[in-house]
Design a protein around this ligand. Structure first.
Ligand code: PLP
Ligand code: COI
Length: 344
């Protein structure tokens, strides 16, 4: 079946694979956890996920190493973020060790679909979801839950991979409400970004940058990634600090690697949209985005060019090499970051 897949030409789209993981929750307990083959979800029309968006999801990856192993990157962090969202949305938590076991099992079951090492960063995307299900039309938390994970081989999130892309600020809309929970990876947080995403992609932009919803003066993040800038003169790695930004695990990792492995100064703080000249380089970072250099950012019709529209800046290149090197097992990772799917 994998004969049909050209690993070098994968983009960020869905390919159906044989197995998915499911676990069900009712009356305080998880039951029937295991692999299933039907890609169709068993969801009722009166389910809170369908009616009220009661759901959280994750996005992580499995990577093929040079020596033929398959590894996960910081799965404990993805479990913790899912559970923080679960608490916020009144859902039962998925025990961290169960989350990790489920990721390993579903990846192993679909091992033939894990892109081998060395295909432009192609990897197996993992999409865990925790959904409020059952019949429950009251505007209150569901009484039944479904934890499900599908996996699918993917290439780069932004079309042509690791090269500079053009981005644009959405000056009309916010990604999330000013008072609310942008730091939770809730299904509902994404719906209001989708129409804009379509519009800007038609105009040739890779993604949308959102400003902070309270003052509209600072960069918050992108629709599917966090923002970073490399400060002119100092090479400081700067990324927005805001309670409406999703706490990216890639960002957390890069803050550590920039400081400890690359010897850069790092800062989480305000990034004013009127002060883009402050940065020599800029980019998006995330599980799917990895590091995606920003060639330009257009705001209110004005196009700001960073390092170059065609060349990747030297610091972005170093960050990319370090992160990808660790994720694909080529560079020694900090303790506990990389987990072999075959280890218990
Ligand atoms: N911000 C948003 C809105 C996202 O959807 C994502 C990706 O899931 C990120 C940031 C990056 O987070 P992470 O690095 O944990 O994938
Ligand atoms: C990821 O980066 O893994 C995500 O889940 C973001 C996404 C919405 C593509």
């Amino acid at each position: 079946m994998t004969d049909k897949l050209n690993w070098d030409e994968l983009d960020f789209s869905y390919t159906e694979v044989p197995f998915r993981w499911r676990a069900y929750w009712k009356d305080g307990e998880w039951y029937k956890a295991g692999l299933e083959t039907d890609p169709q979800l068993p969801i009722r029309e009166a389910a809170p996920i369908v009616n009220y968006g009661q759901g959280v999801f994750e996005g992580n990856k499995a990577y093929g190493t040079k020596d033929g192993r398959v590894v996960l990157f910081r799965p404990d962090e993805f479990a913790k973020r899912l559970n923080r969202g679960a608490r916020r949305l009144g859902m039962p938590e998925v025990p961290e060790e169960e989350f990790i076991r489920a990721c390993k099992e579903v990846v192993k079951a679909n091992r033939d679909f894990v892109p081998p090492h060395g295909h432009n960063g192609a990897a197996m995307f993992i999409r865990p979801m925790l959904l409020g299900v059952g019949d429950h039309i009251q505007v209150s938390a569901a009484e039944e839950y479904l934890f499900t994970i599908y996996v699918t081989p993917v290439g780069p999130l932004y079309k042509s991979g690791f090269k500079p892309h053009d981005f644009v600020v959405d000056s009309e809309h916010d990604r999330v409400a000013a008072d609310g929970n942008g730091d939770v990876k809730a299904t509902a947080n994404y719906a209001s970004t989708l129409a804009t995403a379509n519009k800007v992609r038609k105009s040739g932009y890779a993604d949308v940058v959102y400003l902070d919803p309270a003052t509209h003066t600072k960069i918050d993040e992108l629709s599917a990634a966090n923002f970073f800038g490399i400060e002119k003169g100092t090479n400081k790695f700067v990324t927005p600090l805001s309670n409406t930004v999703l706490p990216s695990i890639t960002k957390k990792s890069l803050l550590h690697l920039a400081e400890h492995n690359l010897g850069l100064e790092v800062e989480e703080g305000d990034v004013f949209i009127d002060d883009l000249d402050r940065f020599e380089e800029a980019g998006a970072m995330g599980n799917a985005a990895v590091i995606s250099p920003m060639g330009s950012l257009t705001y209110n019709g004005n196009k700001h060019v960073f390092y170059s529209e065609t060349e990747v800046g030297p610091v972005s290149q170093k960050l990319y090499n370090e992160l990808m090197g660790i994720q694909f097992g080529d560079i020694e990772a900090p303790e506990g970051w990389v987990v072999d799917v075959d280890e218990d």
